[in-house]
Every structure is written in C-alpha cells, then in structure tokens.
Design a protein around this ligand. Structure first.
Ligand code: NDP
Length: 259
C-alpha cells in the first residue's frame, strides 16, 4: 500500500539514534524528506549519512536542543523554507529519569516537565503555520506506557508522560484539521537500555534484556526493536490515517496492564 508520503516533509526530533533514527530511515525509504535534529550534530550527521533513501528524498539535519524555543523556531523556519514546507512532526527527543519520588530533586522534576511538555510545545508552535498549510498535517508524540501505568522508580518521568498524553488530546482539538496522536512505548531496545546495561555490567546483553522483560511482565518476553515503533509512527503520520486524531497506540509487547 502506498502510504502517500512521497515528496512530503517531516521533522523528527532526536533522530540520531533509536526510535528517531528508525523513523527517519523509514520516512526516507518511503520517499519523504526528513528534517532531523539532535543536540550532538556530528553524531546526527554520522547516523543519517548511510541511510538508504528513495529517489528524491532529502535530509536537512542540524544540531538543535528542543528545550531552546528560539533555536527550534529558527531551525524549523530554515528547514521549512529549504524544503518548501512541513507536513508533520515526530516529537521523539527525550530520555527517562530512573528515580523515585524521594530521590528526585525539584530541579529534576522541572527538567522532566521541560523535556516532555515544553519541548513539545516548542516544536509544535514553530511548526504550526506549516502544518496548517499542509493538506495532510500530522503530529506524533512519542510517549510511554508509563503515562497510564506509572512506575515508582520512574516517578517524574511517569508524571510528565501522563501530562503529555493529556496535552496531546488538547492539541488534537486545538490544531484540527492537523491530526495529533501518540505512540506509547514499553521497553524498546535502544541507546537508553544499552546505557543501563553498561551501568549494570553483568550478563550478556541478551540475557540481561530477557531478564528485564520477564521482570516487567512483557507478554512477548523481549524488548521491542526501534523499527517496531517506527512503523506505527509512520502509519499515524500518513494521510491514510486521515480520521485518526487524539488517539494513542501502545507499542509495548503486552506490558500494559490496563484495559
Ligand atoms: P535514544 O537515547 O536512543 O535517542 C534519544 C534521541 O534524542 C537522541 O537522538 C538524542 O540525541 C536526542 N535528544 C535527547 N535530548 C534532546 C534534546 N534536548 N534536544 C534534541 N535532541 C535530544 O532514545 P530512544 O530512541 O529510546 O527514545 C526515543 C523516545 O522514546 C524518547 O522520548 C524516550 O523517552 C521515549 N521512550 C523510550 C523508551 C525505551 O524503552 N527506549 C520507553 C518509553 C519512552 P542527543 O543526545 O545528541 O541530543
């Protein structure tokens, strides 16, 4: 099925690794142009350079911190002008903070909300004029199952994720006919988990990640792969999903306990 992405342009934040990189790769393969950012511009360029792309698909990549509203506005304006518009945004840049309520400082609480809420508002505000001009404007917020199923060891991240899920509904109403949806991730095998494994430094990565999946009750018994998240993100961006807005898709291998 043709997803109708050829020649369209999508902004992917945090595109230098994991879910963002897999999403950029899929979009380029579908013939879409990609506007990509991450803080480390060198790593970003190195990650994007080898990606296969369909004929005509272009990449504009720049170092940009999504927390810096002015920098985001400038970057989006430059890239949008360069590529002749913008049809969608994937708010993916981020990380989690492994800490309980007792171990989280006030500053860390603010940083989590900055990254999960204000960073999303920064890109959406910058992109809104372009998205409204597109006939297929779409935003996908990369979120976590933690939004509905908080974990005490990820206290601030869980609360900030819940706030983002709520905000996504408001944005869906505010920005319509631009569509705004979420993908809520479980445990996905990316840089985040590799860093945690290196910090623990015990078994092989395969044994350790299988133990993590069992400990968290992942029905499919393994961590997810970045491309397994990229497919639903790209499906939600596609004009084929033209009547889906304000929705969220769990991509967690069955880790969610709610109905
Ligand atoms: P990775 O660590 O692999 O990639 C994170 C990306 O975000 C990198 O490109 C990083 O580049 C970029 N980034 C981080 N902070 C900023 C910033 N302030 N401004 C711009 N870019 C930034 O993470 P994942 O692919 O695993 O995660 C993607 C998203 O999914 C994140 O929002 C994460 O919280 C969420 N998620 C992931 C889960 C998982 O199990 N992997 C579970 C639930 C949610 P750089 O450091 O150079 O800026």
């Amino acid at each position: 099925m043709d997803l109708g992405l050829t020649g369209r342009t999508y902004l992917v934040t945090g595109a230098s690794s994991g879910v963002g990189l897999a999403t950029a790769e899929l979009l380029l393969g579908e013939g879409a142009n990609v506007i990509a950012c991450a803080r480390d511009g060198v790593r970003l360029a190195q990650a994007l350079e080898p990606l296969p792309r369909a004929t005509g698909a272009r990449v504009v990549a720049e170092s940009c911190d999504v927390l810096d509203a002015e920098a985001v506005a400038g970057f989006v304006a430059r890239a949008g002008a360069d590529l002749g518009g913008l049809d969608g945004v994937v708010n993916n840049a981020g990380r989690s903070l492994m800490a309980s309520v007792a171990d989280t400082t006030a500053e860390q609480w603010r940083e989590e909300f900055d990254l999960k809420i204000f960073a999303v508002l920064n890109t959406v505000r910058a992109a809104e004029p372009y998205l409204r001009r597109s006939r297929a404007g779409a935003v996908v917020n990369v979120n976590a199952i933690l939004a509905r199923q908080p974990e005490p060891r990820l206290a601030a991240t869980s609360a900030a994720r819940a706030a983002l899920l709520n905000l996504t509904r408001t944005l869906a109403a505010d920005l319509a006919p631009v569509r705004v949806n979420s993908v809520c991730l479980g445990l996905i095998d990316t840089g985040q988990w590799r860093r945690r494994f290196e910090a623990v430094g015990a078994l092989s990565y395969e044994e350790w990640s299988a133990e993590v999946a069992a400990d968290r009750g992942v029905a499919l018994g393994r961590l997810g792969r970045a491309e397994e998240v990229a497919y639903p993100i790209v499906a939600l961006l596609s004009p084929r999903a033209s009547y889906i807005t304000g929705s969220s898709i769990d991509v967690g291998g069955g880790v969610a306990r709610y109905v």
